[in-house]
Write a protein that binds this ligand. Structure first.
Ligand SMILES: [Zn+2]
Length: 278
């Protein structure tokens, strides 16, 4: 059963992160060998029914669950405040999609990773809340350079199909692939603000979903060829999805969304525990 408390008290994106700790509490965690978790998303249009911060809310909800699972295994962790100024190569032309240049994002990541090292932390695990390839390639680059320049072990955690689509090498020392993944079978593509993402948001932050509008949205019924065209980005994405979503939001189900988060959190916690045991 999905833990309904993930959203409770957690409207603030700082909930359960180091931002709500004091410096002494944080230093104590570093001294006790806590690992650091970090969700990296974007502020991006998510159709007429989901908020711009969807890709920030979701990794934060996931990491709250991951922390619970790690704690049950006696693995201490702290969570970074979420990163949310990222790269929106695909939906960049929509209102509400903010963009920073990849080189800037890499430099910010390096500086933040150095700060963690200065505080005595030794391991950082990053999860992405956003599918744009360039965003994720930038995270990996930031993780790699941050690790090189600070000496802090930094990992990008991804599901096998995600790692493959991004062109990452699973043997890359900065890539941590989960053992398996949450199966998402649908007849048509469901990629952005569709059934899956809407289900997850409804499970954790139902009050942020415009369910009346959601129910009126027709499935986009995209084939893989349509998706490839959409992924060319910008004007192509605007033309292919004028309302901004790609999938079937009206088919969403909060119960299913909660189960998907729980399962994904287990896979992430397993991958972290396995890495720490090496
Ligand atoms: Zn999203």
């Amino acid at each position: 059963m999905h833990d309904q408390t993930l959203g409770a008290g957690g409207y603030s994106i700082f909930h359960d992160t180091m931002a709500d700790m004091t410096y002494q509490e944080l230093a104590q965690e570093a001294a006790e060998g806590a690992i650091v978790l970090w969700g990296l998303g974007v502020i991006e249009q998510h159709g007429p029914h989901l908020p711009l911060g969807t890709d920030v809310y979701m990794p934060q909800a996931l990491l709250r669950r991951v922390r619970q699972l790690l704690k049950a295994r006696n693995i201490r962790s702290v969570t970074m405040p979420p990163y949310y100024w990222g790269i929106n190569n695909v939906t960049g032309l929509f209102p509400g999609s903010f963009e920073v240049r990849p080189a800037i994002m890499v430099e910010i990541m390096i500086d933040l990773i150095k700060s963690l090292r200065k505080d005595g932390f030794g391991k950082l695990f990053c999860v992405s809340g956003h599918g744009d390839p360039l965003h994720n390639q930038t995270i990996l680059q930031g993780a790699r350079r941050g690790a090189e320049e600070s000496g802090l072990d930094t990992y990008f955690i991804g599901a096998p199909s995600f790692v493959k689509r991004l062109g990452f090498d699973p043997a890359d020392p900065n890539v941590l692939q989960t053992a398996s993944e949450v199966e998402k079978q649908r007849k048509y593509m469901d990629i952005h603000a569709g059934e899956f993402e809407t289900s997850s948001m409804r499970s954790v932050y139902p009050e942020l979903v415009r369910t009346g509008i959601m129910a009126s949205l027709k499935s986009t019924d995209f084939t893989f060829e349509d998706l490839t065209e959409w992924r060319r980005g910008r004007e192509h994405a605007l033309r292919k999805t004028p309302l901004g979503y790609l999938g079937d939001p009206a088919a969403s189900d909060p119960e299913k969304g909660g189960s998907m988060i729980d399962l994904q959190a287990e896979l992430v916690a397993d991958a972290i525990a396995a890495k720490l045991a090496q």
